[in-house]
Write a protein that binds this ligand. Structure first.
Ligand code: SF4
Length: 404
């Protein structure tokens, strides 16, 4: 417990940079995104250049901190930036904080937004891990998602990444896929997983489709035009994912994440561990000392926020992430959480904890939630695949507690 308390007061050693630009907005996406059209690029876009100036200013005005062990450039579509632009961001972080030897530096990239020389440019600028937004190998599905790339783009991008790995320039890369899509059955998903395994990415992130308000998908759902998998099929899809990938040698280290040995994302672990991180850019969330701070999601509001705020106000207090959030992220990890320690730190009484455990009893009886000494975790694969019920009870319990 003492170790966890001390860790929360350490300054962050990780940074997230948000690049909000995309060519077009995908039909399911509600991220903080600025669509610039199919031909926009960091080399020809004044919007991108102007935004990078704001971002560099925010980095320069941040409080001091120790060298960074992980950096994640996400979006949006960060591969719309030129290698020189990515290099200037990494140089700014290096000047302000320093980059620790062996730091993991990840860049999100979309197929069809880069080629081999451009990838080589990013790697020369310091990137050593790529997260590739593949989403599907099926062209009809990609079109229905509103994606710009097609499966040949994905296969070509993967081949460049493999070459870079073989050349020793790229430490690791990850492929994103979406499961639980409209009309997706077990046979179609099995085929997608087989193609993913054949492609042999060192890391896979498999996300469930979530229908977010305000998206094209939400509108279509409202009109009864989306046939989504029901809860039983959704659970079967997740179980198939876990079984297929584990049989192929991938460790299931978090609900949505699978990695070959040595390829788990160090940056992801920072979010899930409760350790703090810097965040920079429009819509980005930071939690430098555990205090979460979300930035405005439009460019004008972000610029105004930057002009008004002072580095000292950006989270030097340490109230810590709320208990429910720490428990939610902890339970998503394969190793689970030390429940009593977390509760003690958050001032949750044993009677309140007893109430939560009562709500969880049905899941314990079904073997989905396990207690191993002081540690609580979801069983693998059933508990991780059917985690929604456990997490829903947690959220409901916390809402009632805080309302009362
Ligand atoms: S590419 Fe990613 S961030 Fe951009 S619109 Fe599509 S899903 Fe959203």
């Amino acid at each position: 417990m003492e170790d966890q308390v001390n860790r929360r007061s350490w300054p962050p050693r990780s940074a997230y940079l948000h690049i909000p630009f995309c060519h077009r907005r995908c039909f399911y996406c509600d991220f903080a995104v600025v669509p610039l059209g199919d031909h926009a690029d960091g080399a020809n876009s004044g919007s991108i250049a102007g935004y990078l100036e704001l971002l560099l200013g925010e980095i320069a005005a941040a409080p001091a901190g120790p060298p960074l062990a992980t950096v994640y450039v996400g979006g949006g579509t960060p591969s719309m930036l030129t290698p020189a632009q990515v290099g200037s961001l990494l140089a700014a972080l290096g000047t302000h904080f320093g980059l620790a030897p062996g730091a993991e530096i990840s860049l999100e990239m979309d197929p069809a937004s880069f080629d081999g020389p451009r990838l080589a440019g990013y790697l020369a600028a310091g990137v050593n891990r790529v997260s590739l937004g593949g989403q599907s190998f099926d062209d009809a599905v990609l079109a229905r998602l509103g994606r710009r790339h097609r499966s040949t783009d994905l296969l070509q991008a993967a081949s460049w990444l493999h070459q870079a790995r073989q050349g020793g320039d790229l430490a690791s890369w990850s492929l994103d896929l979406i499961q639980g899509l409209p009309e997706q059955g077990l046979a179609a998903w099995r085929q997608q997983l087989a193609q993913a395994v054949a492609l042999a990415p060192p890391h896979l992130s498999i996300y469930d489709l979530i229908i977010e308000p305000g998206t094209v998908f939400a509108w279509r759902q409202g009109r009864g035009e989306l046939e989504l998998p029901d809860a039983d099929l959704g659970a079967d899809l997740m179980e198939l994912t876990a079984q297929t990938l584990q049989a192929a040698g991938y460790g299931h280290y978090e609900i949505s994440n699978f990695a070959l040995p040595g390829h788990a994302s160090r940056h992801n672990r920072v979010y899930w561990s409760g350790a703090g991180w810097w965040g920079f850019g429009l819509g980005a969330t930071s939690a430098p000392w555990g205090q979460r701070l979300a930035r405005p999601r439009t460019r004008a509001a972000y610029a105004e926020w930057l002009a008004e705020s002072h580095p000292a106000s950006r989270g030097t207090q340490a109230p810590g992430l709320p208990f429910d959030e720490r428990l939610l992220v902890g339970l998503r990890r394969r190793e689970g959480v030390r429940l009593a320690d977390l509760a003690g730190q958050a001032g949750v009484t044993s009677a309140e904890l007893g109430d939560l455990l009562g709500r969880w009893q049905p899941f314990r009886e079904r073997g989905l939630l396990l207690q191993e000494g002081p540690r609580w975790r979801l069983s693998d694969p059933e508990g991780l695949a059917l985690s929604n019920g456990v997490l829903r009870e947690l959220v409901a319990w916390w809402e009632e507690r805080t309302a009362g």
